[in-house]
Design a binder for this molecule. Structure first.
Ligand code: CP
Length: 301
């Protein structure tokens, strides 16, 4: 296994499946996370330079469950506000004895950091609109929990795909599996990178895309990443691309509905979020188990 988890492409199919299997050991029969004092001497720093609820909290909980000390780095109260660069910031944590840095950053800085600080382990917790490997792992785990395998499934991803690091890492992660069909859907101006994809195909008509789907992954509009104001009539958008109970009727009856969060209820209705098909809350819980597995493996390597 690589020393750092910078991209899902750092993992083979076998390593992805091993991490998912290993993560199941951290959930007991009642669905609670086991607390194992496996790494009491290790220090994990949670360095988030973009907002986060799920990823940041789940890494902190996962590290605590494994017995690690956790440095909860808060960028707003840090010396970054006095002009310090991310390189000086992470080097300072390195010099203080941090073993593993969980990093979310709007820019692609993680590779250069990993090269310049070889003693530290780096886990990518979100790299701009580029990648989010642990989200891909928990998404694949959630699909396997419900469908046993990715093989033979029809998977639909809908929403603001151009700004979605969740989509890019998920597609890279499943590219080694025998998914039957992968369909990208959404407003053409939000799917420019997916009109002629390397794997799968683009279908602008969301109801057509949903026909017989096994898995539907919905994504919010990432307003914060648009360079110019978005001229969009929300009601028209919802008519075409919001996953409603009536559109869900086009998918298979046992289709699972996913969303990485946070949910805005533009891309999905509250009724679908709360429906029996929704596994969105399980994705959040799976985030802790997956991050316990990732921290364990990468702290041991
Ligand atoms: N899915 C995800 O990355 O959520 P957060 O931004 O809340 O961490």
């Amino acid at each position: 296994m690589a020393k750092n988890l910078l991209s899902i492409k750092d993992l083979t199919k076998e390593e992805i499946l091993d991490l998912i299997k290993f993560s199941n050991n951290f959930i007991d029969d009642e669905g609670n996370f086991r607390k194992e004092n496996l790494f009491p001497e290790k220090i994990v720093a949670n360095v988030f330079c973009e907002p986060s609820t799920r990823t940041k909290s789940s890494f902190a909980i996962a590290a605590g469950n494994l017995g690690c000390s956790v440095v909860d780095f808060n960028i707003d109260n840090s010396s970054v506000q006095k002009g310090e660069s991310i390189f000086e910031t992470v080097d300072a944590l390195n010099l203080m004895g941090v073993d593993l840095c969980v990093l979310r950053h709007p820019k692609s800085v993680i590779r250069e950091l990993a090269e310049s600080l070889p003693k530290m382990v780096f886990i990518n917790a979100g790299e701009g609109a580029i990648s989010h490997p642990t989200q891909a792992l928990l998404d694949i785990k959630t699909i396997i929990d419900h469908k046993n395998s990715l093989d033979g499934l029809k998977i639909v991803i809908v929403g603001d795909l151009d700004h979605s690091r969740v989509t890019s890492s998920f597609v890279e992660g499943i590219s080694n599996f025998d998914v039957d069909s992968l369909i990208f859907s959404g407003h053409p101006e939000m799917c420019s990178k997916y009109q002629n994809p390397e794997i799968g195909k683009y279908e602008p008509d969301f109801e057509k895309a949903l026909q017989d789907a096994d898995v539907v992954m919905t994504l919010r509009i990432q307003y914060e990443r648009f360079e110019k104001d978005l001229d969009l009539d929300l009601e028209t958008y919802k008519n075409s691309y919001q996953l409603s109970t009536s559109k869900l009727g086009c998918a298979k009856a046992d289709a699972i509905i996913m969303h990485p969060g946070p949910v805005n209820y533009v891309e999905i209705t509250e009724a679908v979020y709360d429906s029996e098909n929704s596994v969105i809350r399980q994705q959040i819980a799976n985030g802790v188990a997956i991050r316990m597995a990732v921290l364990s493996r990468f702290l041991s390597s």
